[in-house]
Design a protein around this ligand. Structure first.
Ligand code: NAP
Length: 339
């Protein structure tokens, strides 16, 4: 686990501690620590944080013992450089990188070429959102979808794939996010006294997660899209509302069928049909709750999920489960906290 002092690392380590197939899990940071609980006091046991410089040797040793994975929970721009360096270091140690599974929770590898573009398997980064982009067990590198990008695609793609969306009209999306979306360091936009009674839109000229929805893996021709994110006084969670233009004559049964067909084999998706889901039902879980409502030629699709779990660390472990041939639900929380 790289980026140990961050929020997604903390969430990954918390979930990994309850995962039946995780034999050992090590935390790496730019600055080592005797006990990670100094920064993450909720973790269940004392854990030494090792220096990032020890990672290549630690991985080489782990791979001698059995299958191993590295999870990069670092800021955008950092993960790609770290992975390039790690490959060089492992090559010097004569370690076969193909045996290693890599999960990148940042956006560094999300927008690369399509998986079927003919690039050598070791270099292919699969996109981690298994409900919509099936992940082969042979995947070795996975770039986990962004938190807003997960909610957007869960809302839009079932209707797009069912041919129900009216082309040529913009997709209008509003997303509300909690402060944990901005990571562990307090900033003016996330600092508690400023945030707790505040609510406002941001990124008015476009949010970087829009590219993930409009990527060629989803649309042959990128749709016109207006996405407005809002910063809300919440600790965890994302709530997305998508206003999607429908072909005339689309019936409620067709909407239901499109969502049913897409998610009938998805244990982490809960369909709430003609209801708006509540965040409190999913926060603390790896579930996404999806509801919808049809009005004046539009489908309003609602998605609620926990940005740090289904939108981040949980989805990363869900992908790792699939990469190791395990049931995708292994070790992941299905129940939300409720309040
Ligand atoms: N928070 C969310 O809801 C969420 C959801 C989905 C995806 N993501 C993405 O996941 C990644 C991690 O998010 P986060 O919320 O955990 O961020 P975070 O709390 O800011 O943690 C990032 C960690 O990366 C390490 N780091 C920072 N700068 C570094 C550098 N230059 N070189 C090496 N390591 C560095 C630091 O750990 P050390 O001090 O221990 O080295 C830091 O604590 C980000 O790319 C983020 O966009 C976040």
């Amino acid at each position: 686990m790289v980026g140990a002092k961050g929020l997604l690392a903390a969430e990954t380590l918390r979930l990994a501690a309850a995962h039946p197939n995780v034999v050992e899990c090590h935390a790496f940071s730019r600055t080592p620590l005797a006990d990670l609980r100094v920064v993450h006091p909720h973790l269940p046991q004392q854990q030494t944080v090792r220096a990032l410089t020890e990672l290549p040797d630690a991985l080489a040793e782990a791979l001698l013992r059995g299958p191993a994975a590295v999870i990069l929970a670092t800021p955008h721009g950092v993960a790609k450089k770290l992975w390039l360096q790690l490959q060089l270091d492992l090559a010097l140690l004569e370690v076969d990188c193909d045996a290693l599974r890599v999960i990148d929770l940042s956006e560094d590898h999300r927008l690369g070429p399509l998986e079927d573009s003919g690039i050598h398997s070791e270099q292919i980064w699969h996109y981690g959102l298994p409900e919509l982009h099936p992940l082969p067990a042979s995947s070795r590198r996975v770039a986990v979808a962004g938190c807003f990008a997960t909610a957007m695609q869960l809302a839009v793609l079932p209707l797009e794939r069912a041919g129900l969306l009216q082309a040529g009209q913009p997709l209008i999306l509003h997303g509300v996010t909690a402060s944990s979306g901005s990571g562990a360091q307090a900033q003016p936009g996330t600092h508690h006294p400023y945030r707790r009674n505040d609510f406002h839109p941001y990124a008015l000229d476009g949010h970087r997660h829009e590219k993930e929805l409009c990527h060629a893996r989803n649309f042959l021709v990128a749709p016109s899209l207006v996405f407005l994110p809002y910063s809300a006084p919440l600790g965890r969670g994302i709530y997305l509302t998508a206003h999607l233009p429908l072909h005339s004559g689309v019936t409620p049964e067709q909407l239901q069928e499109a969502f049913d067909r897409q998610y009938c084999a998805s244990p982490f998706v809960e369909l709430c049909a003609a209801q708006a889901p509540h965040l409190r039902a999913v926060v603390g879980s790896n579930r996404a709750a999806i509801g919808w409502h049809q009005r004046t030629g539009f489908a309003q699709v609602f998605v609620a999920l926990d940005n740090t779990i289904k939108g981040g660390a949980g989805q990363g472990l869900q992908c790792l489960n699939l990469m190791f041939g395990l049931p995708e639900t292994t070790g992941l929380p299905l129940a939300g906290l409720g309040y």
